[in-house]
Design a binder for this molecule. Structure first.
Ligand SMILES: Cc1ncc(C[n+]2csc(CCOP(=O)(O)OP(=O)(O)O)c2C)c(N)n1
Ligand SMILES: [Mg+2]
Length: 270
């Protein structure tokens, strides 16, 4: 993230977890700082931040429409994944303009469980998701307690750029059981967003997706690509890849449960 525009006395590039751990350790070990921090203004600020955070989380939690008959949105997908997948699921997220809504709903807290910057060129996440699952399994096999679910969420444009057929074939061939959610909003929405950020009243504000050459109409059937690449129909649950196209909350929830059963069936096998 570019931060050069934030006024600061100094700037360092560092791993966030390491840097914050070191800052906290320093705050706890320095008597002058410990004394300063006793000032009531810090407790007031902390309490105020806590209240604001609670308010924000409560407002965000009310956003998704989870009625069975409702159309899917990034918000409802995020909420339902959070409801059904284990809390230590590792998410690989290449969701472009939907990422914020999904992140808001999932609110992952475990370090390493949210991987969303695998590269600047779209299409990186198909490979990263498979690699993450293989890596986690290798650690889990020896230590016995690593997360078993890898959930990969990507935009339809990113999916098209990530050699989806090759990724599906590799997953089937090497029995890598991940859950991939392709967010089909029918276009490359991000270039429209960035153009409008730079030129809010420019020609892009007036033209259609077709005219901006960012439309994916007519939409490919992404689940069909996955199914064909992994050997086609005829495989039984837990043996080949399970691929579905869903549009509504009820369909998504049912499919998610089916996918979880498929992962469990795969994982129980030696
Ligand atoms: C190889 C490459 N081409 C183009 C871009 C610019 N770009 C960034 S996000 C994006 C669109 C992603 O589309 P999609 O995954 O469908 O997500 P959406 O924008 O619809 O939310 C594009 C074209 C890029 N980052 N990398
Ligand atoms: Mg898209």
């Amino acid at each position: 993230m570019p931060v050069s525009f934030i006024p600061a006395n100094g700037r360092w590039r560092a791993d966030g977890y390491t840097a914050l751990s070191q800052l906290n350790a320093q705050l706890k070990s320095n008597n002058l700082l410990i004394q300063d921090l006793q000032h009531p203004k810090y407790k007031e600020r902390w309490d105020d931040l806590g209240k604001k955070h609670e308010g924000r989380v409560s407002a965000i939690s009310k956003l998704p429409n989870l009625n069975f008959e409702a159309q899917l949105t990034a918000l409802s997908i995020g909420a339902l994944l959070g409801r059904h997948l284990p809390s230590d699921t590792v998410y690989i997220v290449e969701a472009a303009t939907c990422a914020q809504s999904i992140s808001d709903q999932l609110r992952s807290e475990i370090p390493g469980s949210w991987i969303n910057a695998g590269g600047t060129g779209i299409g990186w996440s198909n490979g990263v998701a498979l690699g993450a699952k293989l890596g986690l399994d290798a650690i889990r096999n020896s230590a016995g307690k690593n997360p078993k679910y890898v959930c990969h969420i990507m935009g339809d444009g990113s999916y098209m750029c990530g050699s989806p057929a090759s990724a599906a074939w590799v997953a089937a061939k090497y029995k890598v059981s991940i859950l991939t959610v392709v967010l089909n909003n029918g276009d490359w929405n991000a270039p429209r967003n960035s153009t409008l950020l730079a030129h809010p009243d420019g020609p892009a504000a007036e033209v259609s997706n077709e005219d901006m050459n960012i439309s994916f109409f007519p939409s490919p059937r992404h689940s069909g690509i996955t199914l064909a690449a992994s050997g086609g129909p005829g495989r039984t649950l837990g043996e080949g890849l399970l691929a579905r196209t869903v549009a509504g909350v009820r369909d998504f929830e049912d499919t998610l449960k089916e996918a979880i059963r498929a992962v469990e069936a795969r994982e129980d096998r030696p």
